[in-house]
Design a binder for this molecule. Structure first.
Ligand code: PMP
Length: 394
């Protein structure tokens, strides 16, 4: 009888030659437990998902209550489903007034696809601008936006009319013209290794998009839902987008995503042709109930009030001659080392010592740290000590 590990390798499609192959059997708060009884601190929230911790009791309760009512009853957009209505209302209430129409989908890539279609349809233009080192997803449209040739080159032809500019460089914004349907950009770049820009850049972005009637689409799939210390990361910069895109942390551990725009914009999907964007499972009732509970937890438990001090504590605890730099926006952090060859054994050692970290798709010399926002000061100190120990022992 092959082991479960062997069956994993035999029958689950692999995405790399070196999967982590940890066998988790349960997860609670910031901790995970493997099949051999070993406990781990999850310092990356399952890659930006478990912002409120694993199996938050209020999320679990909301899921169970919804399971007892109904699962899928109809494709997206036809029936009035209570969890979807409550979620869309709560999302609208968390956003500026113009962002009041929510299209629910199942994942980040799907949300990006919908937002791209919306921009093309609303503006009647086909060109889209994105950023170098941007990651927006793995489907064809989202991949076309991705700012890495390595990831794209073997999948061409991709979408035409897409060009890339440098994130945070105001001079590049002149590439946005009257032909541009949308500028799609992460408010804080994730896979680039946590890169953020200042308020003056974002004001210039907003101005250029307004001048050219280009839609500003902010990808908050990784940086939204409290990750940076504000519910939406764009709140740091005193601007607001035409479309905001969310997923990952939104479902509190369940799969869901959305793109949000004004009613006027979103109206284009209803005509010429009708059903301009369709999804069978978009806004699944159980995922919607979980997402609504997630919003409630972030707001009611005031999870965002001490994010800045927790961020500061990470900076204080992670001082070591081998650490070159720490970039962060709230609890979205990149700890940079000299090279991947130095970082990789540190990550492996930390996992052996019970702390899960990672690197980034486009920055393999930086350690990803993005713990559940509920992590305590004591837990931060413990996790940092383990990382320092890992640095010292490799
Ligand atoms: N945009 C960003 C900024 C992301 O970080 C991700 C996922 N890493 C995506 C889009 C794609 O989301 P998904 O994997 O749910 O399709």
């Amino acid at each position: 009888m092959p082991s479960q590990r062997q069956l994993f390798l035999n029958h689950l499609a692999q995405t790399s030659d070196a999967p982590l192959m940890l066998e988790m059997v349960s997860a609670e708060g910031i901790n995970m437990l493997d099949a051999y009884g070993k406990s781990y601190i999850d310092l990356i929230s399952g890659i930006g998902v478990s912002n409120i911790g694993h199996r938050h009791p209020k999320v679990v309760k909301a899921i169970k209550e919804q399971v007892d009512k109904h699962l899928h009853v109809m494709v997206y957009g036809e029936f009035v489903q209570t969890p979807q209505v409550k979620l869309a209302t709560a999302l609208s209430n968390s956003l500026p007034k113009n962002l009041n129409s929510v299209y629910l989908v199942n994942s980040g890539s799907e949300a990006i696809e919908g937002a791209m279609k919306l921009a093309k349809r609303f503006t009647g233009r086909s060109e889209i601008i994105a950023c170098h080192d941007a990651y927006h997803g793995s489907s064809h449209g989202a991949l076309s936006l991705t700012g890495s040739e390595t990831f794209k080159r073997n999948y061409r032809p991709l979408l035409p009319g897409i060009s890339h500019i440098s994130f945070g460089v105001a001079d590049d914004l002149n590439t946005i013209t009257e032909q541009t349907a949308a500028f799609v950009v992460e408010t804080v770049q994730g896979e680039a290794g946590v890169r953020h820009a200042d308020q003056s850049y974002w004001k210039a972005v907003r101005k250029r998009c307004d001048e050219t009637d280009t839609l500003l689409i902010l990808d908050e799939i990784q940086c939204g839902f409290g990750r940076t210390g504000k519910f939406w990361a764009f709140e740091h910069y005193g601007i607001s987008p035409d479309v905001v895109v969310s997923a990952k942390g939104m479902g509190g551990g369940m799969p869901i995503g959305c793109f949000v725009a004004s009613k006027e914009l979103m109206h284009v999907f209803t005509e010429n042709p009708v059903l301009g964007h369709i999804s069978t499972f978009g806004g699944h009732p159980v995922s919607s109930a979980a997402a609504l509970a997630t919003i409630d937890v972030i707001m009611e438990e005031e999870l965002l009030t001490d994010i800045a001090s927790k961020e500061q504590l990470f900076h204080e605890c992670l001082t070591h001659p081998k650490i070159k730099e720490i970039r962060s926006k709230g609890l979205m952090m990149a700890v940079e080392f000299e090279s991947y060859d130095i970082l990789k054994p540190i990550i492996d050692k930390a996992i052996e010592l019970g702390v899960i970290t990672d690197w980034f798709l486009f920055d393999d010399q930086s350690m990803r740290i993005a713990p559940p926002l509920i992590i305590t000061e004591k837990e931060i100190k413990k996790a940092c000590n383990i990382i320092l120990q890992a640095i010292d022992t490799v």
